[in-house]
Design a protein around this ligand. Structure first.
Ligand code: NDP
Length: 601
């Protein structure tokens, strides 16, 4: 980190004041209520990729494991279970195929924002070596399919199907899984892998439903209207005035392609992203050390070490994530906490200021119009929003057919009319309005109440958590809900490389199920084990809360309100959490097993 001596007390105070003022321009009294769920509009959420949904008879059978969700979490759980010989694994997925976020998000320009060789899971097991440092979305989607095929997950999978309830049956000690296709089947175990950012959201802008032009969300791209593919070539937009709302990680990737295709592109921005160097390039197996068994695991562990604040002998990935790793401590609760907080915070603030100055200087270097460059400069601390990377985004604003419309002073777009978008005194007439406005955090998960989970004695998980707060062991299992394993949930950990976290959870889930099968037992933590875990999580939580409470609004801080749910993650970082799980499996796995009273045939 940069030396705090480089920043005078006055300079840092001025910067803090600027950040505070910029935050005030954007905080809205309606907070997270400013957004609408896609369901409130109907067609925004429809699946454009599935084609006609084939009729099928409702299922009434029995499987070993039901996996809710066919994104990487569900695929990895399925694959790990298959590897240990579990026969009947049924993945249930709302999309028309495997892939999760990579099934839904196919917008032009889509790429992985983490190095492919650490983001794509099971490279060692599949023998696949990505061709680009940052893979295009379609390559990632195909890799999801590759794993599903290799581990024979298609055999029992249900697509275009949403699980509507999970109900534990005490009499048979199995779960009853019901779906929106009339299924009602049983499963000995349930693994939920419903994702954290899977429910698209739209801003509740007055008049949004009155727009008469064409409109869609980036996670449901309409190529029939735009022409082209995720690689670009949106030829049908050549005579169209297009507006895009949103300049987050998605907006940054989609804007350059829209700029190439549209007659004119209006980018409606509320908060500029930090846009750092990308330097994407083709890679060979030699470049990434793919010459021995286990190379991908080693590389992924090395990346996680660095972005979790652990010491590492080398930096194998060597990109802007790892080089800025010292500034990720506040991004997610996935970083090892450091000893002397006061000294650490001072050094951190100075390093943060230096990084943000570099980011703002880069805008000035690239964007030729000084007024536009000024609007594209982000004024907040680095970890307030997910950092973005692009060598095309800022450059797009040098084109004659691209206009940046800053909406910060009106807290976003003020009104949508039949013809277009109103900001200040100007109505921007549009043929097409694209929403790159992101996703509701956790809205699709079992914790949101959208998927009711009834455990022992009909007790509903969401009711217990509403009254007492979330209660788990390791974020993965809960007392009163036997044989239910929640992947990627609260009270575990997270990382910028989320597939790595999901894979560790999947390995753990498979180990729990293997142990239960070997002992003829149920998987269920005691209340005491949950109490101990919840207590362990409380350590260090406050450090994140003050930081995010001062941040510019976004989904990381419940639109400016600070962290929504108190202590939600293991406070010593993702790397340490995975180590803890491994040691716990070796020493204490038996504690979670309880004798069955019902024999399963
Ligand atoms: P975000 O929530 O990050 O961004 C939404 C954007 O919409 C923001 O710029 C927001 O502005 C803007 N917005 C919302 N309402 C209005 C309004 N009324 N007027 C004007 N602007 C508005 O969503 P993304 O889809 O960009 O990204 C979500 C997450 O998905 C990322 O953080 C990342 O985790 C993941 N992702 C990962 C990618 C990858 O390559 N791995 C690629 C893309 C996304 P404001 O900031 O002011 O709220």
């Amino acid at each position: 980190m940069a030396n705090s001596q480089e920043w005078s007390v006055e300079a840092l105070a001025d910067l803090r004041e600027r950040y505070r003022a910029e935050r005030e321009r954007r905080v809205r009294p309606d907070g997270v209520r400013q957004y609408l769920a896609a369901a409130e509009f109907g067609y925004y959420a429809d699946d454009p990729y599935a084609g006609e949904t084939a009729e099928r008879e409702p299922l009434r059978d029995r499987v070993d494991v039901a996996v809710v969700g066919g994104g990487f979490g569900g695929i990895l759980a399925g694959a790990r279970l298959r590897r240990q010989g579990v026969e009947r694994v049924r993945v249930i997925e709302t999309g028309g195929d495997f892939g999760g976020t990579w099934y839904w998000n196919r917008y032009p320009g889509i790429h992985c924002d983490i190095e492919s060789h650490v983001y794509l899971p099971m490279l060692d097991e599949t023998g696949y070596v990505p061709e680009w440092k940052y893979a295009p979305g379609e390559e990632i989607r195909r890799h999801a399919v590759r794993i599903a095929e290799q581990f024979d997950l298609y055999r029992d999978a249900l697509f275009s199907t949403a699980v509507t309830a999970l109900t534990w049956d005490d009499a048979t000690e199995t779960w009853i899984v019901t779906t929106d296709r009339g299924d009602e089947f049983r499963a000995t175990y349930v693994v939920t892998a419903t994702g954290t950012l899977s429910e698209l959201k739209l801003p509740g802008i007055p008049g949004i439903e009155s727009f008469k032009g064409h409109t869609f969300h980036t996670s449901r791209w309409d190529y029939a209207y735009t022409g082209g593919t995720p690689d670009g070539g949106l030829a049908r937009l050549a005579d169209k005035r297009v507006g895009v709302v949103g300049t987050g990680a998605t907006g940054i990737q989609v804007v350059p392609k829209l700029a190439e295709g549209a007659q004119h592109l209006y980018v409606f921005q509320r908060t500029p992203s930090t846009v750092d160097v990308r330097a994407n390039r083709r890679t060979t197996a030699q470049d990434v050390g793919a010459d021995h068994d286990g190379w991908a695991r080693e590389r992924r562990d090395n990346f996680l070490r660095i972005v979790s604040g652990e010491a590492a002998e080398a930096d194998l990935v060597a990109d802007q994530w790892t080089r800025s790793a010292g500034l990720l401590e506040k991004l997610l609760p996935s970083f090892r906490r450091h000893g002397d907080r006061a000294a650490f915070e001072a050094a951190y603030e100075a390093a943060d200021a230096a990084k943000m100055n570099d980011i703002r200087a880069r805008v000035e270097q690239i964007v030729t119009d000084p007024g536009t460059a000024e609007k594209l400069k982000p004024w907040y601390r680095y970890a307030c929003k997910r950092p973005t990377f692009s060598d095309l985004y800022l450059q797009a604003f040098n084109r004659d057919n691209v206009t940046l419309v800053d909406t910060a002073d009106s807290h976003g777009i003020e009104r949508v009319t039949e013809r277009g978008v109103v900001v200040g005194d100007t109505e921007y007439e549009l043929d097409c309005l694209v929403f790159a406005t992101g996703f509701s955090v956790g809205a699709s998960g079992i914790h949101s109440g959208r998927l009711p989970v009834h455990g022992r004695n009909g007790v509903q998980l969401q009711d217990v958590w509403r009254k007492r707060g979330p209660r788990t062991l390791h974020g993965l299992t809960s007392n009163g809900f036997p044989n239910l394993i929640q992947l990627g949930g609260v009270q575990s950990t997270s990382s910028v490389n989320y597939t790595h976290v999901l894979d560790e959870h999947a390995v753990h889930a498979a180990a729990l199920i293997a142990a239960a099968e070997a002992e003829g037992a149920l998987v269920e933590p005691s209340c005491e084990a949950e109490d101990a875990w919840v207590t362990a999580l409380a350590e260090g939580a406050a450090d994140h809360e003050w930081f995010h409470a001062e941040c510019t609004p976004g989904y990381y801080n419940a639109e400016g309100r600070g962290r929504p749910n108190g202590p939600t993650a293991y406070p010593h970082g993702a790397f340490a959490f995975h180590d803890l799980l491994r040691k716990w499996r070796a020493a204490s796995l038996g504690e979670i097993l309880h004798t069955r009273t019902v024999a399963l045939d």
